[in-house]
Design a protein around this ligand. Structure first.
Ligand SMILES: C[S@@+](CC[C@H](N)C(=O)[O-])C[C@H]1O[C@@H](n2cnc3c(N)ncnc32)[C@H](O)[C@@H]1O
Length: 341
């Protein structure tokens, strides 16, 4: 299910948008920051969670893969004299930033920030014309590279698995035809083609390019692989009694978090390839309700919160499980290789 339409948003004056932290109260309830605790915020963004955690008296190690988020956060670092360290890093690598004695909490708020969507030149939004980029880290393969160079069969797999786009073959073939005339350079180039190939119907709630843009963003940033590795890393880095809190915005990500906690509950194998149910020591116990979503009031005030889902677990004494990606049943997109380079 698509949650983040990539449409961006502006304030009443049409100016740049502030990122409103989603499920903040619920995150703090699950995380329980307090003086003397060390919490790792893997998705610093605009620092909304981080500043609330600091205000509760805990120290924060914050990460973000986006260099602009790190630059913008320097004022906050200076204001908190030693209680906040802000590191340019992917959250899959969070274990290497954890203190030897372990962390008291890890929080992840998966996805893009309002600032990323809002800046046309980052190329996340089909409603703002900009280069077809979508790289959160500002390095590596861009969305334009994928669209211009991936084999048509691979485009179909990306749109189908990562965007759940039912018109994936039709769109991929149209891209293949169009790019022989002129390579795709801008978000408009791509959104315009998708509008022609799959015109919007009256009943459609979302723009026809929504799913393809989501799929490209998830692929370009390896968002599912990053999340899966971060969950394993959090399991290795939390102290017994430490708390892992994850907020997701679409079903592919929520499924990964749900499968992880289910696998680590010690009850089920979590993989359909492993029919035998293994009894193992649980590495996480549930905290509160299995899944928490936004209150009506929050969803009304912040449309981004409507699709948010929070899951949380309390680390037990048991040794970490194996970092076995098969528990997630992720689509295998490894055959994409080097995009025909
Ligand atoms: C939804 S925003 C977080 C907002 C933040 N909780 C707040 O309250 O301001 C997500 C942030 O996570 C970052 N991010 C996404 N994937 C990441 C990854 N794999 N490693 C590190 N940061 C990542 C993005 O660059 C973005 O700044």
């Amino acid at each position: 299910m698509v949650a983040n339409p990539g449409g961006g948003s502006t304030d009443a004056g049409g100016g740049p948008v502030r990122h409103i932290p989603v499920l903040l109260f619920e995150v703090l309830q699950a995380l329980q920051p307090a003086p003397g605790k060390i919490i790792l915020d893997g998705t610093f963004g605009a620092g909304g969670y981080t500043s609330a955690i600091l205000a509760a008296g805990a120290d924060v190690i914050a990460l973000d893969r986006d260099p602009t988020a790190i630059t913008a956060g320097q004022e906050m670092v200076a204001a908190h004299g030693g209680h906040l360290s802000l590191i340019h890093s992917q959250f899959s690598d969070l274990a290497s930033h954890a203190p030897e004695a372990g962390l008291d909490g890890v929080v992840l708020d998966i996805g893009v920030s309002s600032m990323q969507i809002d800046e046309a030149e980052r190329g996340f939004s089909f409603q703002k014309n900009g280069p077809l980029d979508m790289r959160m880290s500002a390095s590596g393969v861009s969305a334009a590279d994928v669209v211009n160079r991936a084999k048509v069969a691979d485009l179909i797999r990306i749109f189908h698995f990562l965007g759940e786009e039912s018109q994936a073959p039709r769109i991929a073939h149209a891209i293949e035809k169009k790019r022989t005339e002129k390579p795709f350079e801008t978000t408009r180039d791509l959104a315009g083609l998708i509008e022609i190939v799959t015109p919007r119907k009256m009943k459609d709630k979302i723009h026809p390019a929504t799913r393809v843009f989501q799929a490209l963003r998830v692929f370009v940033n390896d968002e599912l692989g990053e999340l899966a590795q971060a969950l394993f890393a959090a399991e290795r880095s939390l102290k017994p009694g430490g708390r892992l809190v994850v907020v997701t915005f679409h079903s592919l990500e929520d499924r990964i978090v749900k499968k992880f906690f289910s696998d680590r509950s010690g009850r089920a194998s979590g993989s359909r390839h492993l029919p035998v149910v293994h009894e193992r020591a649980a590495t996480f116990e549930a905290i509160g309700k299995q899944m928490v979503s936004a209150s009506e009031a929050e969803a009304e005030a912040n449309p981004r919160a409507r699709s948010a889902k929070l899951r949380a677990g309390l680390r037990t004494q048991a040794a970490p499980g194996a970092a076995d990606l098969s528990i997630f049943d992720l689509p295998n997109l490894a055959s994409l290789g080097k995009l025909g380079a």
